[in-house]
Ligand binder design. Sequence first.
Ligand code: FES
Length: 123
Amino acid sequence: MYTDAVVEHFSNPRNVGTIENPNVVVKVGDPGCGDAILIFLKIEDNIITDVKYKVYGCAAAIATTSKASTMVKGKTLEEALEVTDEKVAEALGGLPDEKMHCSNLSATAIRAAVTRYMHPPEE
Ligand code: FES
């Protein structure tokens, strides 16, 4: 059901953890399945220098969050905003149709974190 790349990222997820003093931290959940991601970004000069996360979710949520983290680390904020669920799924060689929403969770979490950093809520 899963590609080798999905299994590999699920078995050995990259960038798991937390960042002390992150520039932004955001929690995003999928109300449909109850899965959730807490994502931390370190940003310097418009570049995402570090990304870490905690994910509570299915195998596809873990694999796609791992892959998405590698796709935005070292990238500009604008490049990170272009990481869509389709691109994450594609980078993993595809996902079963019923698991596409899992890649959406990871891409949404990254876009939410970048957007929050670019447009912080008024205090
Ligand atoms: Fe919800 Fe995969 S089943 S993220």
